[in-house]
Design a protein around this ligand. Sequence first.
Ligand code: ZN
Ligand code: ZN
Length: 410
Amino acid sequence: MIHTDILEKYAELVLIKGVNVQQDQAVVVSAPIEGATFTRILAEKAYELGAKNVHINWSDDELVRLKYEHASDEVIDDFPSWRVQMMEEFAEDGAAFVSIHATDPDLLKEIDSKRVARASKAAGVAMKTFREYTMNDKVTWSVISIPTEAWAQKIFPDKSADEAVQALWDEIIKMVRIDEEDTIAAWNKHNDVLEKAYKRLNEKQYASLHLTAPGTDIEVGLANNHVWQGGAAVSEKGTVFNPNMPTEEVFTAPHKYRVNGTVSSTKPLNYGGSLIDEFQLTFKDGKVIDYKAKQGEEVLAHLLDSDEGAKRIGEIALVPDESPVSQSGLIFYNTLFDENASCHIALGKAYPTNVEDGAKMDDKQLDEHGVNDSMVHVDFMIGSAQMDIDGVYEDGKREAVFRKGTWAFD
Ligand code: ZN
Ligand code: ZN
């Protein structure tokens, strides 16, 4: 059993450094029903910190699967407008949003991937306005995880459910730094390290990055006036928050029309309860023109087919191989962790905040800067200890950014 003290420490961290909850602010939490104990503690702490209202959107893997098994196509295709309205109303009111990601990676293994694709498309279309609140940092938001049995046992298949959950807790505790005496100070220090890394890249203003590794040789153009970010973000109202916990990446917007070459995945991708593994994508002028996957090729096809923007990329992130998530040697089957173990790129929407003044630009201006738009944003892992990255300047001059999976800068 996980000790209440630890859960309280984690809840405080999420509320203070994660969403940085303010006096009289509403807090909306998306939580798995299995995490009820932690979620109740989170709610109590939020009220103690001044939240005016804490609303929980409960989810249950089992019920999700049952719905896919039994509901008609009509029901699957319909994302209820009341759910959209609820989220938009909270966002308009300036709420803080905590998402607890803990889906069983094999949840939808037996489900027709077409139905899953249609449901995520319906959700993607319906949630467009709400997504702009988070992706433009108009509100504060944070994605975190807690163990659930099915997920933990996927990572630790030889352990009993209880042991697996405990083992996953042990990892999460380390990675979100609640094993440190002063967790807040540890996060401040960590955010400073990431800030130093992205500031250096912002000064460079490379025209593109050239990534090479076994199965990968790709030139990724960077968006005009791109901005590297990492660690803490600042909301429209000026609140400093951490969108992901853990986080080890610095990231920016690629140029949607200037990506050429082939890239290979280095970790499996859990896309909404289905796994895609050992896959390869080939790009020409920013667009995927060829792909293959050893596992989940059909799911990958549906993902790429979500809309026009799903065939282009909206993020490139650098994570050194010595990241604690990478050093754990584990595959988490959960993007929040796996993306922080490895350099990654994301199919789909770019964060407008990754170009200068991007949050104020309209769709046309963003397109002119090379900032991709889509209803999906799906990170997948391409980094390894064999990855080299060159920064290429406008005039073609190049220099080492990464060698053997880590920073080449001194
Ligand atoms: Zn990322
Ligand atoms: Zn991402």
